[in-house]
Design a protein around this ligand. Sequence first.
Ligand code: HPA
Length: 276
Amino acid sequence: MSKRYERLMKCYESFKAKVDFTPKIALILGSGLGDYADGIDIKATLDYKDIEGFPVSTAPGHKGRFVFGYVGDVPVVIMQGRVHYYEGYPMEDVVLPVRLMKLMGAEVLFVTNAAGGVNWHFECGDFMLINDQICMAPSPLIGENLDELGPRFPDMSEIYSKKLRDIVKKSARDLDIPLREGVYIQLTGPNYESPSEVRMVRTLGADAVGMSTACEAIAANHMGMKTVGISCISNLACGVSNRPLSHAEVQVTADRVAPLFKKLITASVQNIAKEL
Ligand code: HPA
């Protein structure tokens, strides 16, 4: 057994010793969106710091725990706070939680994030269903392959499941919530982009830019986990808007749209679970 896999198993054993719960869907909540977890039917929580070998996030606005519970009758595990590459963790640590949630039993990864709008048509507060991604951060699969989890050279032709995307689209339609669609690009951060960088990523085909998610989606796909993702366009990227960016602005927008976002997540989770 490789050292990497051994570490993951240690985390898993730590979880098993403390929590008796099998989630179907794993959710990661982005900046300002974390309090969704406080509103579900919580059965257990597990602080990251209480898991042996688990990376602990330092980003402002991010709590550091797993929440286990039910959205309707769907058993879920929610990451309240994620670990970012820009915090200085190796990619292996950044995606360890996703791998752990798969081992817990989750079949689907539902990712959310706050992102900058690159597409000229986007507005602050929009939701964007991620239909594909560009990962400009290093691949989380670099290094010895975890053969126990997936293949050395995994296919990435449908990182965001078409079937699950269709379910989210229908859920949004039923709720009358406008939903954009587009490509998410992950840069390393932590600095926001320059106007020229925003122009570059637009030229590359990105609609929204952020500092997370793509690496997590790669790790999930590596393990054969179906993935779906929604970005909250918390600000217009640099050059799209001519105001300087701040984390406070990201937070304020996320807070403003949180009630609608919660509705969309709840409906989507329940509709996805019906198809599993
Ligand atoms: N750029 C990168 N990451 C982000 C942004 C942005 O404009 N907004 C929220 N996360």
